[in-house]
Design a protein around this ligand. Structure first.
Ligand SMILES: Cc1cc2nc3c(=O)[nH]c(=O)nc-3n(C[C@H](O)[C@H](O)[C@H](O)COP(=O)(O)O)c2cc1C
Length: 176
């Protein structure tokens, strides 16, 4: 079990070249169910999604930033957003941690299902956020966290390098 989860964590990587193969609504719902299992402040589960299959919208979003081009080739895009008016803590900035946890659950579950993914950050870039909201008709009072591209990988893209973790034991500066 421990080995299985580590294998999936190691297998996950950003995928930027997608094939034409589609993803079903059942698969999308499985991924979003995985997102729902993430920890969140006061169990608020603040994330909401727009599922983007429409090619025109994917293309318009992908044009907003150079590195977002993979979205236009992806099978499905997800836009994760929150309504901070409903957020269950006065420290509303915590929402980003909630959403990051849900995003990682989605990406890891996608990896386990053989589906490639790419996390495209929106928050806290207000200019990008406004452009995304405009395309997806998201009301002004909502806060867009990110976009996620999903699809099947065409080429076996290289896994990004990992550094050794920096670890102190018991207090800052103390090596084992
Ligand atoms: C908050 C955040 C924002 C990101 N935004 C982008 C992005 O706009 N475009 C992109 O190509 N990758 C983006 N990524 C993916 C990172 O570049 C990628 O995770 C990192 O290079 C490590 O590679 P890996 O995901 O293959 O392990 C983002 C990742 C995070 C966590």
């Amino acid at each position: 079990m421990e080995r299985e989860i580590l294998e999936i964590i190691r297998k996950r990587k950003s995928v930027r070249k997608f094939s034409d193969r589609t993803i079903s609504d059942v698969q999308i719902k499985t991924l979003l169910e995985a997102g729902q299992q993430a920890p969140s402040v006061r169990n608020g589960q603040p994330w909401q999604y727009i599922v983007i299959k429409n090619q025109e919208n994917k293309r318009a979003l992908s044009a907003l930033k150079g590195s977002w081009h993979p979205l236009s080739q992806s099978a499905v895009g997800l836009c994760m957003f929150v309504d901070l008016q409903e957020y269950p803590s006065t420290h509303k900035e915590f929402f980003a941690q909630d959403c990051a946890a849900a995003t990682e659950n989605i990406l890891l579950t996608a990896a386990a299902m053989g589906i490639g993914s790419l996390w495209m950050g929106v928050y806290p870039n207000v200019t990008l956020e406004m452009a995304v909201k405009n395309i997806l008709k998201v009301p002004a009072e909502k806060t867009v966290f990110n976009l996620i591209a999903l699809g099947y990988e065409t080429e076996n893209e290289r896994k990004a390098h990992r550094k050794e973790p920096i670890i102190y034991w018991e207090c800052y500066g103390r090596s084992q």
